[in-house]
Design a protein around this ligand. Structure first.
Ligand SMILES: *[C@@H]1O[C@H](CO)[C@@H](O)[C@H](O)[C@H]1NC(C)=O
Ligand SMILES: *[C@@H]1O[C@H](CO)[C@@H](O)[C@H](O)[C@H]1NC(C)=O
Ligand SMILES: *[C@@H]1O[C@H](CO)[C@@H](O)[C@H](O)[C@H]1NC(C)=O
Length: 279
C-alpha cells in the first residue's frame, strides 16, 4: 500500500525538477511565464537606457564647461622644466672624428629649422622687455614673436655649420618647456656652471643668456600655432686641459621667480648634463 503511494510522489518530484526549467503545463520557463520574463527584460532595458542617458548627459554638461585651451583645474601656474638640445644628457665625442659628432650637429640643425630667419619673418617683431599680452577674443589666432636663429650667432649653425663641435668648443641649446599663461617675474636668464674648481669660459647667445619676457605668455597649441620658445645657446670654450675629461655642467634659470632648486624635481628650471670631448 505504502509503496503504491510512494511511486506517484516520486514521479511528482522528478517532474517538478524538470518543471523548474520548463513547465509544459503552465508554459513557465525557470519559474516564470513568458510575459513575466518580457516584463523583467523590458524593465532592465529601460533601466540601463536611463543610466546610459544620465551618464551621457553629465558628460556633456561637463564638457560644455571645459575650455579647449586652458586646463581647468590649476591652483597656480607651474614652473617650467629646462631641456637641452642635442637631446642627450651624456654628450661625448672625438672632435677629430666628424662621424662621432654628426648626430649632435644634425639634431641641432633639424631642431633649428623652425627658427629659420625666413620662416620667422612671418612672426612679429615684438617690443623687448615686456610681456606680449593679447586680447582674449574668441576664435582668434594669437600672434607669435619672432626668434631668429641668426640671433644665436656662433651657435646658430649658420656661420659655423658644425656648431663648434669640430673645434672642440660645442654649443648646447637650452629652452624652457611651454606652460600656458606663464609670465615669469624679473628678468630670467640662463647661468651654466661646471662642477669643479677652476671654471670654464662660456659664451651665451643671446648675450647674458637672457630670456626675453616678450615670449610670454604662451596661449596654447591650438590658438598660438606659430609660437616658438625662446632659446639660449651656451658655447663651452674648452681648452686642451678640459679634453678627455668628463665635465658635469649645470644650467639654471635665474633672475626670476621661476623655481630652480626643487629637491624632488631635478629638471625644474635647471638641468645637469655630462660632456666629454676627446681630442
Ligand atoms: C680621436 O680621433 C683622432 C683622429 O682619428 C685619433 O688620432 C685619436 O686617437 C682619437 N682619440 C681618442 C681618445 O680615441
Ligand atoms: C632653413 O634655412 C636653411 C639655410 O638657409 C635652408 O637650407 C632650409 O631649407 C631652410 N628650412 C626651411 C624649413 O625653410
Ligand atoms: C652663476 O652661478 C654661479 C654658481 O651658482 C654663481 O657663482 C655666479 O655668480 C652666477 N652668475 C651669474 C651671472 O648669475
Amino acid at each position: 500500500m505504502a509503496s503504491t503511494e510512494d511511486k506517484p510522489a516520486n514521479k511528482e518530484n522528478t517532474s517538478s525538477w524538470k518543471d523548474s526549467i520548463y513547465n509544459p503545463r503552465t508554459g513557465e520557463v525557470l519559474g516564470r511565464t513568458a510575459s513575466s520574463w518580457a516584463l523583467i527584460l523590458l524593465f532592465y532595458l529601460v533601466f540601463y537606457c536611463f543610466l546610459a542617458g544620465m551618464f551621457a548627459l553629465t558628460m556633456w554638461v561637463m564638457l560644455l564647461t571645459l575650455d579647449d585651451n586652458v586646463p581647468r583645474y590649476r591652483d597656480r601656474v607651474p614652473s617650467p622644466g629646462l631641456v637641452i638640445r642635442p637631446h642627450s644628457l651624456d654628450i661625448a665625442f672625438n672632435k677629430s672624428k666628424p662621424l662621432e659628432y654628426a648626430q649632435y650637429v644634425q639634431h641641432l640643425e633639424s631642431f633649428l629649422q623652425s627658427y629659420n630667419d625666413t620662416e620667422q619673418e612671418k612672426n612679429l617683431d615684438c617690443t623687448r622687455g615686456d610681456y606680449f599680452n593679447q586680447e582674449d577674443t574668441e576664435e582668434m589666432i594669437k600672434k607669435a614673436c619672432r626668434f631668429k636663429r641668426s640671433s644665436l650667432s656662433l651657435c646658430s649653425g649658420l656661420s659655423d655649420t658644425n656648431f663648434g663641435y669640430s673645434e672642440g668648443r660645442p654649443c648646447i641649446l637650452l629652452k624652457m618647456n611651454r606652460i600656458i599663461g606663464l609670465r615669469p617675474r624679473g628678468d630670467p636668464y640662463i647661468n651654466c656652471t661646471v662642477k669643479r674648481e677652476n671654471p670654464i669660459q662660456m659664451q651665451y647667445f643671446p648675450s647674458e643668456g637672457s630670456i626675453d619676457k616678450m615670449y610670454f605668455p604662451y596661449y596654447g597649441k591650438r590658438i598660438h600655432e606659430n609660437y616658438v620658445q625662446p632659446l639660449v645657446a651656451v658655447k663651452l670654450l674648452l681648452t686642451k686641459e678640459d679634453y678627455n675629461k668628463e665635465l658635469a655642467v649645470e644650467c639654471r634659470v635665474e633672475g626670476s621667480d621661476l623655481r630652480n632648486n626643487d629637491e624632488r624635481d631635478k629638471f625644474l628650471g635647471r638641468i645637469t648634463f655630462r660632456i666629454k670631448v676627446v681630442e
